[in-house]
Design a protein around this ligand. Structure first.
Ligand code: SER
Length: 318
């Protein structure tokens, strides 16, 4: 990885992955792109406005900067996808197909995140294995499974260096996720600080895998830097850091803010999606093949999130 292109850089992952990669590989070697202008990212280093569905425009940027690695972060998330499945397919698969095709023509490595959403109700719920039944019931999951297979196909057919992780719900404090089923685990911290209470759209007792953003960023770089001869899998590796329910997370917050209250107004779409996903992934293949190991748990993450969100909301008031 010497010249990196980030597609969809303005989202929850990209807004943190760009500065993280710029810190490791040098500011000028990380070109951020998004369909919208992103002031923060463009002030700090190279930035181009790019609609990921415009393959010609993507190719022009790859040529202009001599890109050798593409991170494709474009996606409509699970709950939003259910509101417009055709659009979700068009955007999620279109951005991936362009990344793979341009990767093939310009010999670039391609990273695309997959998700716990690639699993479905027929997958084993607990310690969900790396290789198992994958029959998702959301359009988001259908795109993720297809994307995994397509990326493996490009690796096998064209020798393209494609790699991916199946991310759990990602918790972060820079850019909000939008339209995901796991969003509650981010929103809860903001509302705990703002109002001391939160109304959760996911039922109290549904377990899902989660990960704090610093672990997610590190996992991406560690996988992309891993020795390819050690990789038995490519697209995509189970990774996880913790598994909890809304009630468990609320209790963790209550240890720090005893007056915190949570009630429920369950969204039937999110409920059915959450219940169709694993309770907890088995990420032993990632641990064995490239040394994956999370560093953050629910307690350390909660300390850090509450402090960071409080600081951010305070700064916004000024
Ligand atoms: N966080 C995503 C969602 O909830 C899952 O990958 O849609």
């Amino acid at each position: 990885m010497k010249k990196i292109l980030i597609v969809g850089a303005g989202g929850q992952i990209g807004s943190e992955l760009v500065p993280y990669l710029r810190g490791i590989y040098g500011t000028d070697n990380v070109v951020a792109t998004d369909v919208r202008e992103c002031t923060g990212l463009s002030e700090e280093g190279p930035f181009e406005t790019l609609d990921a569905l415009d393959g010609k425009a993507m190719e022009a940027i790859v040529s202009k900067y001599g890109i050798d690695t593409i991170f494709n972060l474009v996606a409509l998330l699970s709950a939003t996808g259910e509101r417009n499945p055709q659009l979700a397919w068009k955007i999620n698969m279109g951005a991936l197909m362009n990344s793979l095709e341009i990767g093939r023509e310009h010999n670039c490595a391609v990273f695309t995140p997959s998700s716990i959403g690639a699993f479905g109700p027929t997958s084993p719920k607990d310690m969900t294995p790396q290789d198992t039944v994958m029959q998702p019931t959301t359009i988001y999951g259908v795109c993720k499974v297809t994307g995994e297979m397509l990326s493996n196909y490009y690796a096998q057919r064209y020798g393209l260096d494609t790699r991916s992780v199946r991310f759990p719900g990602l918790i972060s404090n820079k850019t909000l996720p939008g339209g995901g089923t796991t969003d509650y685990a981010v929103e809860i911290y903001y509302e705990a600080i703002r109002n001391g209470r939160y109304t959760c759209a996911v039922p109290s007792d549904v377990y899902m895998d989660m990960m704090y953003m610093p672990d997610a960023l590190r996992s991406i770089v560690e996988l992309m830097e891993a020795d390819p001869t050690k990789l038995k899998h490519r697209n995509s590796f189970n990774v996880t850091a913790m598994s909890f329910t809304p009630e468990i997370l609320a209790a963790e917050i209550r240890k720090r803010i005893p007056s915190f209250e949570m009630d429920y107004d369950v969204d039937p779409v999110k409920e059915s999606i959450a219940k169709s996903w694993p309770n907890k992934l088995d990420d032993s293949c990632a641990r064995e093949e490239w040394g994956w190991k999370p560093q953050w748990d629910i307690s350390s993450m909660t300390d850090d999130m509450l402090a960071a969100v409080a600081k951010k909301l305070e700064a916004e008031k000024k």
